[in-house]
Write a protein that binds this ligand. Structure first.
Ligand code: TYM
Length: 334
């Protein structure tokens, strides 16, 4: 079986973009792959996180994975900081990746904003840690949303350079696994911005913790344009908000955008939004309910994560031994 690794940052509320772009695909892939799913708390602290909140959000992220269908018995589920291999391999990759490569990362530019001098050094080397996450397990496939593609290309570059520099095929070249519908969910307030945990406007996203009333309100208030919905996908090109809402409907109903347009093309936004509210509530409330049930028993989540961390550490162990030997780190038993 091929091995999968993926993760999400516990840096805010998990939202519909995370669910459609990642979590629900993670759940589906469990049948065909050996899966490792991680709550990446080391990545989260590249920007400031309140310590108590970080703990709560780490548990909530794990609850979101499980509520979306990730089975902690079949898959390895843990939080990153419990497995030392991530930080260790990231350091080696800090010495493999070139500054020029990192300078091209668009996520760093977006997140650091204008004042790059004030960004943490961790934010800059963030993609090296991500490469370490994946390659510490020699995972070959990584299911993500569209926005992570550039980071996965860097992961391939790092693997290639490492193998090349040391003259050994230690690391595989990872393949992104990106589902077409749902790979890029946009903000409900602005169809040109992606839906994101860090958007200051809570109305811009459907959080997986939102109740039915909030979902309904946010969809009703979602930005639109003054025209009825078009009949063809081509006519959506210049209409980012219509494109996004129809795309969400398509992804949530597991049908193509074409089929969704066949249903709603020519109608006004109001009846379509009503149908979208019903669909979103039907699909998301079971997840919200399961998350809140899980969050009532943090001890159980913590136990799942610790058990997962033990399994993850055991999987990373032989890889890290190979890395140390390859790089020339003198070991205790050498
Ligand atoms: P993060 O925490 O931003 O997002 C987690 C996953 O959700 C996807 N996603 C989206 N998909 C569609 N539309 C959106 N608006 C949207 N927003 C987020 C992301 O693509 C991602 O799959 N760097 C990663 C975390 C990470 C990781 C890894 C991922 C760390 N190490 C190793 C894979 C493998 C991140 O910040 O994701």
């Amino acid at each position: 079986k091929n091995r999968i690794f993926s993760g999400a940052q516990p840096s805010g509320s998990m939202h519909l973009g995370n669910y459609l772009g990642a979590f629900r695909n993670w759940a589906k892939l469990q049948d065909d792959y050996e899966c490792i799913y991680c709550v990446v708390d080391l990545h989260a602290i590249t920007v400031w996180q309140d310590p108590q909140e970080l703990i709560r959000q780490t548990r909530e992220a794990a609850a979101a994975y499980i509520a979306s269908g990730v089975d902690p018995k079949r898959s390895v589920l843990f939080n990153q900081s419990q497995v030392a291999a991530h930080g260790e391999l990231a350091w080696v990759f800090n010495c493999v990746a070139r500054i020029g490569w990192l300078n091209r990362m668009t996520q760093f530019k977006d997140k650091a904003g204008k004042n790059r001098e004030k960004a943490s050094a961790g934010l800059f080397v963030y993609p090296n840690l991500m490469a370490a996450d994946i390659l510490a397990y020699k995972a070959s496939h990584v299911p993500v949303g569209e926005d992570q593609k550039q980071h996965l290309e860097l992961t391939r570059d790092i693997a290639m350079k490492f193998n090349n520099d040391y003259g050994r095929e230690v690391f595989p070249l990872v393949e992104p696994v990106i589902q077409k519908e749902g790979a890029r969910i946009m903000s409900l307030r602005d169809g040109s911005k992606k839906m994101s945990k860090s958007d200051p406007s809570d109305a811009s996203r459907l959080n997986l913790t939102d109740d039915a009333d909030s979902i309904a309100r946010k969809i009703r208030k979602a930005k639109t344009d003054p025209h009825p919905l078009p009949d063809s996908v081509a006519d959506l090109a210049e209409r980012p908000e219509a494109n996004n809402l129809l795309g969400i409907y398509a992804a949530l109903s597991d049908q193509s955008l074409e089929k969704t347009l066949a249903e709603f093309g020519g109608t006004d936004f109001a009846p379509f939004k009503k149908a979208l509210v019903d669909l979103a509530v039907a699909k998301l409330s079971p997840i919200t309910q399961e998350m809140s049930r899980l969050m009532n028993d943090p001890a159980e989540i913590d136990a799942i994560l610790s058990e997962g961390a033990d399994r993850a550490a055991a999987l990373a162990l032989p890889v890290m031994e190979e890395v140390r030997e390859t790089v020339g780190f003198l070991g205790r038993r050498a």
